[in-house]
Design a protein around this ligand. Structure first.
Ligand SMILES: *Cc1c(COP(=O)(O)O)cnc(C)c1O
Length: 413
């Protein structure tokens, strides 16, 4: 890592300088716990020749997740998307289900994959999650459920959504892919609604390589999901339901268990990075970092920068282009599901009823964090951002001039 400070725009890579970072910095580079312990576990798995189908590592992983989430049942799966699909099917959702558009595409795809129409609802600009008032207006006789997403690990308006679901007799599922080990009013995420779904994908704060889980306090539902995860088998050559293969293998479960042992360290690093970004960017006009309720538990796995163009002059896209030039691979989370296929063709007018989603998707950027990012990197990233924003007018002009000169090809990536 080169430590030259960016004091002038000329030194930026997009304007002819060399990148601040020799290596690419990612938003979600995997957090990895004790490698020796993981390797010993893999050796043990190979020795036992029990690779999947409810082995000891899977059972232990499920027990620990259930305990951490404060729920009765955890059914671990091969990934979060399959966990969503199975939970949706087990809950009997059909026809139309209301979801935010401001989420990762898997939330919508998990419905559409089963030919259930995702009905996109706008979000509250302060919480980035479902707006309960707008949600209620979207309920039709075809609506069978709601999927709330705890975006960035900040819980949805759980009470309001539960009350609406109850009053309209709708199923309520939470996509808690971001919210493992976060709490709402002192209660851990996991026990709200009919069920909640975690993701343990490599980029998530705790990973099991690939992985996910459904958690619930509903014993009947848990039994149904358990069968559906394994083709619907209730015994040799006997099935109860249509099922699929959603099983989590032993090596993945061992990775999950190993990473859980380092969870506190991961949270500490995420929190430290978060606080440093917040501190070093505080007072920069037009920039703010998405906030969390400090009285709750939080995994701090996302640092979300909001860019108010009227104050920074240089806009979100231009800032992204500059940062990518420096090998700082900030991401546009989320572009909005309604703007992606097949939804953009199916609902070309969706944006009209999603003004806050459209607005947010134009102004937020996720910054690199996690255990691969240290204090020096955060300092340099903040320094570059401050340099650019403090000369916003000139930065904007130079980026525009560069684009006119080279066209879209000027964009590095
Ligand atoms: C990561 C993620 C998923 C999907 O999880 P996978 O384990 O990658 O399948 C679903 N929803 C949200 C909000 C996510 O961030």
């Amino acid at each position: 890592m080169t430590q030259t400070l960016k004091i002038s725009l000329d030194e930026l890579a997009v304007f002819g300088g060399s990148p601040a970072f020799a290596e690419q910095l990612h938003v979600g580079r995997p957090n990895i716990g004790d490698q020796e312990k993981f390797q010993a576990r893999v050796a043990d798995i190979l020795e036992r020749r029990w690779l999947t189908n409810g082995g000891p590592y899977l059972e232990k992983f499920e027990e620990q997740i259930a305990a951490l989430a404060g729920v009765k049942h955890c059914i671990a799966m091969c990934n979060g998307t399959v966990a969503l699909e199975i939970a949706i099917r087990a809950l009997g959702m059909t026809d139309e289900v209301i979801v935010p558009s401001f989420t990762f595409i898997a939330t919508a795809h998990a419905l559409q994959w089963q030919e259930i129409t995702p009905v996109f609802c706008d979000v509250d600009p302060n919480t980035h999650s479902l707006d309960p008032v707008k949600l209620e207006q979207l309920i039709t006789p075809r609506t069978t459920g709601i999927i709330g997403v705890h975006v960035w690990g900040r819980p949805c308006e759980v009470e309001a959504l539960s009350e609406i679901a109850k009053r309209h007799q709708l199923k309520l599922l939470f996509d808690a892919a971001h919210a493992f080990c976060c709490s709402h009013k002192g209660q851990m995420i996991g026990g709200f609604g009919d069920a909640e779904v975690f993701s343990f994908h490599a980029t998530k704060f705790i990973n099991s390589l690939e992985g996910g889980a459904v958690v619930t306090n509903d014993t009947k539902l848990a039994e149904k999901i358990q069968l559906m995860r394994n083709f619907g088998f209730t015994g040799y050559d006997k099935t109860e339901y249509i099922g699929t293969n959603g099983k989590l293998d032993e090596v993945s479960a061992a990775m999950g268990l190993t990473n859980l042992e380092s969870m506190e360290e991961f949270v500490d690093i995420n929190r430290r990075n978060y606080k440093q970004y917040q501190h070093e960017l505080s007072g920069v006009k037009g920039l703010s970092i998405f906030e969390f309720d400090e009285s709750e538990q939080c995994n701090f796995q996302y640092v979300v920068l909001d860019v108010e163009e009227s104050e920074t002059v240089v806009n979100r896209e231009q800032l992204l282009e500059i940062l990518h030039g420096e090998n700082i691979l900030v991401r546009r989370y989320f572009p909005g599901c309604h703007r992606m296929e097949p939804y953009s063709s199916r609902f070309p007018q969706a944006g009209l009823v999603l003004p806050e989603t459209e607005r947010l998707s134009q102004r937020v950027l996720c910054l690199p964090t996690g255990t691969a990012i240290g204090p020096d990197a955060v300092s340099l990233i903040c320094e570059i951002i401050r340099t650019v924003v403090s000369q916003g007018t000139e930065a904007r002009e130079r980026i525009l001039r560069r684009e006119m000169q080279f066209g879209q090809g000027a964009r590095l990536r």
